[in-house]
Design a binder for this molecule. Sequence first.
Ligand code: AMP
Length: 294
Amino acid sequence: MSPDRLLEIASVAELVRRRAEWEAEGRRVGLVPTMGFLHEGHLELMRRLRQRCDTLLVSIFVNPSQFGHGEDLAAYPRDPVRDAELCASVGVDALFLPAPEEVYPPGFDTWIHPGMAGERACGPWRPGHFRGVLTVVYRLFHWVRPQVSIFGRKDAQQLWLIRRMARDMGLEHRIEEGPLVRDPDGLAMSSRNIYLQPEEREAALALPRTLQALAREIAAGGNPQQLLAEAWQRLRSEKLLQPQYLELVDWQDFRQLQEGETLPQDLVLLGAVKAGKARLIDNVFLRKGREVEI
Ligand code: AMP
């Protein structure tokens, strides 16, 4: 498919009109929400959803409400022409590219707040972030009414909160998850990786390495709290990194594990660091009989 066959939708009114047409044609609609500056992680989500729907819609919207004061909203990388080409190359049918005023008309002031799970991990480091994410995703779900959507495990806490929001707000449709895609050196792909200087990138590899080593040690039966404390000290000794957290949570309820607690079946180890201008997050899942999924 060539980029000129990609339908570009700029307004909510047009999106709603198109959605009605797809419905009349009996098409199953799949949605991949993104902030653009696409990479393999995004494309993998699109390829997976391509198999599960008739009309594949990708939204590209750098959502102002999920950026805090002093964060990188103005600097967030954008490349709409390349994004459209990449979308066409994996068989996307339509792109939704709304302006901020479309999503947040003047006077907009109703928000979706996460519960307790939003206060762990990234929560304290990005006040208001998940409120912005949930509100924009709620609005996308409302306009698109997808039969299926997909989110990446890279943003594990976000994925968990979106699933819970869909359940709690009665917006249930199938929410798939895509694998965390890494660069060959092991760093989780992120649009923000372009902020990294070469030496910062090298230092940042300590995050995936620490999480993966920790996961193996926990899987081998080590004491999680003790291992977490030791890993935290190692991460803190990295000169170019400012670690923000390392947490081990139960994937069922996104609750932090207590000292001495029996390990649940599904666990996720989460971490975040700042390296130069970039804030990086990463995670490793431990699933089914403590098998490590990297
Ligand atoms: P973003 O553009 O960063 O808002 O991300 C849009 C979607 O792509 C979210 O569902 C992310 O979890 C997902 N995503 C971003 N980076 C990756 C990655 N490295 N691997 C898998 N999914 C990703």
